[in-house]
Design a protein around this ligand. Structure first.
Ligand SMILES: Nc1ncnc2c1ncn2[C@@H]1O[C@H](COP(=O)(O)OP(=O)(O)OP(=O)(O)O)[C@@H](O)[C@H]1O
Ligand SMILES: [Mg+2]
Length: 238
C-alpha cells in the first residue's frame, strides 16, 4: 500500500509519517520516504548512523534514476521493519541536478519501493518542485492532507484543488485537521465544509522535546487520532 502525506510546510507531516510508521510495522516492512530534497532529515530520523552521499535519495532520483532502491532504504536501528530514505548531511547539492527527468526517476523509485516494503509512506514536501508529488498524487492508495484550521490552511487547500482534480485524487484524499488548540471540530467542519478523517491536536511538547512528547494528555489525544487514521487506512486495504 502507498500512503502519501501532502500538505503545506510545517503542518506536521513528518511527525505524522513517523507515528503512522510505528503502527504499520506491526503489519510488515514499512518504508518512509522523505521526499523533500532541500533538507537532510535522514541523520535525525535514523539516529546514530553516518551516511555517505551515495546513499542519499537525492542520488537515487538524479540522472536516469536507480535500478536498486534497496540501496537507499536505511533500516532504523531500533525497529527492524522500519526503513527510511531521504537526504544525508553529506549531500553535495552541486554534484547532481534535478531537472524534469527527476519526476520519472521518482516514479520508478516509488514503484520499486512497493516491491520491497508492504507499506510505503511518502512524506511529501508542500512544494510543487518535489519530484515525487506527481507520481504520489496519481497513484497513492490514500493521500492524507493535513490542514491547519486557519486562513493559511484553507488558502493552501483552495490553491491546490485544481491540481488535485488533474491528478484525479477524488475518493483517495483523507483530510486531517492539524495542530488544533481546541476540540471544536464541528465548528471547523462547518466553516470549511470538509469532513475530517482525524483531528490532530497541537502538542506543545513536540516542539520542546524534539518530537518526543512522552505521555502528556495532548500526546495521548494525538496518538489516539493517529490510531483512528491507521484504522481508516487499513480498512481501505482489506
Ligand atoms: N501536533 C503537533 N503539535 C505541535 N507541534 C507539532 C505537531 N506536529 C508536529 N509538530 C512540530 O512542528 C514542527 C514541524 O513538524 P513536522 O516537521 O512534522 O512538519 P512537516 O510538515 O513535516 O514540515 P516540513 O514541511 O518542513 O517538512 C516540528 O517542530 C514538530 O515537532
Ligand atoms: Mg517534513
Amino acid at each position: 500500500m502507498i500512503i502519501a502525506i501532502w500538505g503545506r510546510d510545517g503542518t506536521g507531516k513528518s511527525t505524522l509519517a513517523d507515528a503512522l510508521g510505528m503502527l504499520f510495522i506491526k503489519q510488515g516492512v514499512t518504508a518512509i520516504i522523505d521526499t523533500d530534497l532541500t533538507q537532510p532529515t535522514l541523520p535525525t530520523r535514523v539516529n546514530g548512523k553516518s551516511f555517505s552521499a551515495d546513499a542519499s535519495l537525492g542520488k537515487a532520483v538524479s540522472g536516469v534514476g536507480t535500478e536498486d532502491a534497496a540501496k537507499y532504504l536505511h533500516q532504523h536501528p531500533k525497529n527492524k521493519r522500519l526503513f527510511y530514505a531521504g537526504l544525508t548531511d553529506r549531500d553535495e547539492y552541486l554534484s547532481y541536478e534535478h531537472g524534469l527527468e527527476a519526476a520519472d526517476a521518482a516514479k520508478t523509485f516509488m514503484e520499486q519501493c512497493t516491491s520491497l516494503a508492504d507499506t510505503v509512506i511518502l512524506d511529501l514536501s508542500g512544494q510543487r518542485t518535489d519530484p515525487f508529488v506527481p507520481a504520489a498524487l496519481s497513484s497513492a492508495d490514500k493521500i492524507i492532507v493535513p490542514i491547519t484550521p486557519n486562513v493559511q490552511g484553507v488558502c493552501w487547500l483552495e490553491a491546490v484543488k485544481p491540481f488535485m482534480e488533474v491528478m484525479k485524487t477524488y475518493g483517495r484524499v483523507l483530510p486531517v485537521v492539524a495542530m488544533i488548540t481546541h476540540p471544536a471540530l464541528d465548528t471547523i467542519e462547518k466553516a470549511t465544509d470538509i469532513r475530517f478523517a482525524a483531528a490532530l491536536p497541537f502538542v506543545r511538547e513536540f516542539r520542546q522535546n524534539g518530537g518526543d512528547a512522552g505521555s502528556t494528555p495532548a500526546a495521548i489525544r494525538y496518538y489516539k487520532q493517529v490510531q483512528k487514521l491507521y484504522r481508516k487506512l487499513t480498512e481501505v486495504a482489506t
